[in-house]
Design a protein around this ligand. Structure first.
Ligand SMILES: [Zn+2]
Length: 374
């Protein structure tokens, strides 16, 4: 875990504009407008201060760790935190208490929780072949956090609308609903295409800025795509998956247009610290989808029927086996058997404990210097 100096904007006041009724009491107030009786909105979209973002992210990370377990290996965590820390330092939100967590599962995935919690699976590290690829994946996740993609997404969720006088940190029930909505958004639904493209573009730019070859992310995604090729017949539903190709095309275009100069890939350093062997998708033990959710009892507060699932578009979501459009339609349509996504539904380890790693700015500087990074 990397803990840089936390520097929160202590914004105790709520941001944004609340939908208010006239007068002080805004809850359920009935206002007369033009003679007609109209119920004034008594809820508003979720407002999140920087401190609340932290609180939310910590709770969501706890659920992700409970679901997949944490690799109890300090050397692995230290290495991932050094690469991640170097990127985070160069990001638009360097002062977040960035935390890099390696999840104990063979599934290939990565999850970004608000407030600086970046999770990458052991399976993803096994598939990654050099440091530029790792930087590409971590850079992508970091941008989800710096651009507040999850916060924006759950703000649209009806289940986390808040009363006019409610705050996230002041209401444990609201926080619980927000944690559930956030977990669901990150792990189950994934982001939309626009957010994924933004994370791809800004993520490779970030990695390149500190010296990594920009093609790291596409190298990894291409291998991920190939890895899932063999299983297409079995999961014929996802025989075609243009999303991944369009994403790769977009990355290629971005690299060409931005004249990215850095070239470090550092495969030897990567292999010195990461020695996992990838498992094929057919070898991955899975847990039943649906029960694959949270240990903490999934979402009594937010039944899944609430809104149509948007197209999943995460690291593994773009795969033929990932929760693509058809699969999502199947879920919402019938509520019946949902396809198993071996990456997401992979069995996890039993130890959710964080592996604390202390990394100072000097450690990152030495690490960058050793690798010829900027
Ligand atoms: Zn993403």
């Amino acid at each position: 875990m990397i803990r840089t100096t936390a520097c929160f904007v202590a914004a105790g006041l709520l941001l944004g504009t609340a939908t208010t009724a006239r007068g002080g009491d805004q809850l359920g107030q009935i206002g007369k407008i033009g003679g007609a009786v109209k119920k004034v909105n008594d809820v508003r979209d979720l407002q999140v201060t920087d401190q609340e973002e932290q609180q939310l992210g910590a709770a969501v990370s706890e659920r992700i760790r409970a679901r997949y377990g944490v690799v109890q290996d300090a050397a692995v965590h230290r290495y991932v935190a050094l690469v991640g820390g170097a990127l985070a330092q160069a990001s638009t939100r360097p002062a977040l208490p960035w935390t890099f967590i390696v999840l104990d599962t063979d599934g290939v995935n990565a999850f970004a929780a608000p407030g600086g919690y970046v999770h990458v699976t052991r399976g993803a590290l096994a598939l990654i072949q050099d440091e530029a690829e790792l930087a590409g994946v971590l850079g992508h996740e970091i941008v989800h956090i710096t651009e507040k993609h999850t916060i924006r997404s759950i703000q649209k969720s009806k289940s986390v609308q808040m009363g006019a006088s409610e705050t996230l940190s002041g209401s444990s029930a609201l926080l619980e609903r927000a944690v559930t909505a956030t977990y669901d958004n990150i792990v189950e639904k994934g982001f939309g295409r626009g957010e994924e493209n933004e994370s791809d573009e800004k993520g490779i730019e970030l990695a390149n800025r500190i010296g990594y070859a920009p093609a790291g992310l596409s190298g990894f995604l291409t291998r991920l795509k190939d890895r899932n090729k063999g299983s297409q017949e079995k999961r014929g539903l996802f025989a075609s998956h243009p999303e991944m190709q369009s994403r790769l095309d977009n990355i290629k275009k971005e690299i060409a247009s931005k004249k990215m100069a850095s070239t470090a890939t550092l495969p030897d350093r990567y292999k010195k610290f990461i020695t996992y062997t990838p498992k094929s998708v057919t070898e991955i033990a899975t847990v039943a989808a649906g029960s694959a959710g949270l240990t903490g009892g999934e979402s009594k507060a937010e039944p899944k029927k609430e809104e149509p699932k948007k197209r999943g578009f995460g690291i593994s979501r773009m795969l033929p086996t990932g929760g693509g459009e058809k699969q999502q339609a199947q879920v919402t349509g019938s509520g019946s058997a949902r396809g198993v996504d071996p990456e997401k539904d992979a069995r996890g380890g039993g130890n959710p404990r964080l592996v604390p790693v202390k990394i100072a700015a000097a450690d990152i500087a030495a690490f960058k210097k050793e690798g010829g990074l900027k």
